[in-house]
Design a protein around this ligand. Structure first.
Ligand code: F6P
Length: 341
């Protein structure tokens, strides 16, 4: 078989490990051939492909980013659609597609599968917000990077007796904030799923300060303080029409400084959390998912994605996997909140 691979949506450490796992297993066990579509669905719509020989994936599991490039192109727009993609696949002699991406990518893959295309999915997001998989690769790396950075903020905060606010990724959910906040002993963790008023946050800060600690606040970029309208739309769109994210830490800092009387600094970690080498955990998870995607193709499980269930890799239908974001459950937040203040 000739299999096409694409990586789509925001990048994330571990994408290359998926490609390597799929290619090595596909060649070694089944004698498949591989091509890569460049820049996500754009490459599929425009038939922009490169061959992926075995030599190309050598040593790839530790490499950040994606050798195929990525984009947020919608395959149904800009001259795309199922008929164009079917024709491209037939012309290139491609039998099946492995689509590696998050909710948006897999939702597009589902629509294309419903239209008769042979596609299997591999879930990806640093935010860890995809339902039907226990963890997504990239998340562990993001938490490691955030933890390392926040530990550093803590020592400078302690030297100056300041409140430090660290903003981490998490547009809709607070998994990175929860884990990095627990790992670093934050005095407050602020996430989109949980309401917290400025008064409450200031209370946590003052309580830490009163015990002689330099207060540390970890906030997810999608957090909205109780009673304040701070919708993403208010931050405007970039030139490509994408919402501008981030900036909540800088909004919180002056207000919390005024309320507490403690000098306060904000740091936005941003895309650093998505760059560089994946952790060992993410390399193994991504490699196993890539290998399992080959099983999905061989077993003709079109319209499914591979996923982590406990320690097992299983196959889940797009129907089941998509539609609900995996948010932080109340009990996980309450568990962390015992340590606040
Ligand atoms: O969806 C993953 C994510 O990393 C979000 O946490 C973040 O808000 C967004 O991507 C950033 O996207 P972009 O790469 O387009 O700036």
């Amino acid at each position: 078989m000739k299999i096409g691979i694409l990586t789509s949506g925001g990048d994330c450490p571990g994408l290359n490990a998926v490609i390597r796992g799929a290619v090595l297993k596909g060649i070694a066990v089944h004698g498949h051939e591989f091509v890569g579509f460049l820049d996500g669905w754009r490459g599929v719509v425009e038939a922009d492909v490169i061959d992926i020989p075995r030599s190309m994936v050598r040593g790839l599991s530790k490499q950040g980013g994606t050798i195929l490039g990525t984009s947020r192109t919608n395959p149904f727009e800009n001259g795309g659609g199922p008929e164009v993609i079917k024709a491209n696949m037939a012309r290139l002699g491609i039998d099946a597609l492995i689509a590696i991406g998050g909710e948006g990518t897999l939702a597009a893959a589902k629509r294309l599968t419903d239209a008769g295309l042979r596609i299997v999915g591999v879930p990806k997001t640093v935010d860890n917000d995809l339902d039907a998989t226990d963890y997504t690769f990239g998340f562990d790396t993001a938490v490691e990077i955030a933890t390392e950075a926040i530990d550093r903020l803590r020592t400078t905060g302690e030297s100056h007796h300041r409140t430090m606010i660290a903003e981490v990724m998490g547009r809709h959910v607070g998994w990175i904030a929860l884990h990095a906040g627990m790992a670093t002993g934050a005095h407050a963790i602020l996430i989109p799923e949980q309401q917290a008023s400025m008064e409450q946050i200031a209370g946590w800060i003052l309580s830490a300060h009163d015990r002689g600690r330099a207060p540390l606040v970890v906030v997810a970029e999608g957090f909205v303080p109780d009673g304040q309208e701070l919708a993403h739309s208010e931050r405007g769109l970039d030139t490509f029409g994408r919402p501008r994210l981030g900036g909540i830490a800088e909004r919180l800092a002056p207000e919390l400084e005024a309320r507490t009387g403690i000098e306060t600094r904000a740091t936005v970690l941003g895309h650093i959390q998505r760059g560089g080498v994946p952790t060992g955990f993410d390399r193994v998870l991504a490699t196993r998912l890539g290998m399992a995607a080959i099983d999905s193709v061989v077993e003709q499980r079109w319209g499914t994605m591979v996923s982590l269930n406990g320690t097992d890799i299983v196959h889940v239908g797009f129907d089941t996997a998509l539609g609900n974001l995996k948010s932080v459950p109340q009990e996980r937040y309450d568990e962390a909140a015992v340590l606040f203040g």
